[in-house]
Ligand binder design. Structure first.
Ligand code: GNR
Ligand code: NI
Length: 167
């Protein structure tokens, strides 16, 4: 297993649109395992392949308290969403030390493939719904700060460039 390195905003590679996975094979399962290990090591709730510079539609999420089992979403699609939105304070492993409120649909239904290539559908709410929408944004090249005002985005860019110059 390998801990992968996580791209940091404003890295332009975070804006790459990921390609669908054609076959779920050992190559993909290795990526999934490495992503899960990377997510746990970084204490993240989820991780999208885009964040580790792999531009394929793969997401891992563990929204549990115990953090003992993760869910795999390959080629995830939101097939239904509630009209009601909910505000949640989001953070991102690619945007360290930045937290801000984003409004998103409260509940979603997601269709995806698991690590065996089997299709499933899942109704999501609370943290799982927020996190999956955040991860699917990553696959589409979108970072959560892009939901904020351009003033805030510019402040965040300046702050992260300073952080990165120091490290
Ligand atoms: O660890 C994470 N926490 C989190 C909190 C609120 C909303 C979304 C997230 S996802 C984030 C991990 C991450 O950056 N995934 O892309
Ligand atoms: Ni993120």
């Amino acid at each position: 297993m390998t801990i992968l390195s996580i791209l940091k905003f404003p890295d332009p590679r975070l804006h790459t649109v990921a390609k669908p996975v054609a076959v779920v094979d050992e190559r993909v399962r290795t990526i999934v395992r490495d992503m899960a290990q990377t997510m746990y090591e970084a204490n993240g709730v989820g991780l999208a392949a885009t964040q580790v510079d792999i531009h394929e539609r793969i997401v891992v999420v563990d929204a549990s308290e115990a953090r003992t089992s993760y869910q795999v979403f390959i080629n995830p699609e939101i097939i239904a969403q509630s009209m009601e939105k909910k505000e949640w304070e989001e953070g991102c492993l690619s945007v360290p030390e930045v937290y801000d409120i984003v409004a998103r649909p409260d509940r979603i239904r997601v269709r995806a493939l698991n690590e065996h290539g089997e299709a499933f559908e899942l109704d999501c709410d609370e943290l799982l719904a927020v996190c999956l929408q955040h991860e699917i944004d990553h696959l589409n090249g979108k970072v959560f700060v892009q939901h904020l005002s351009s003033l805030k985005q510019n402040r965040i860019k300046t702050k992260l460039k300073k952080q990165q110059a120091q490290s």
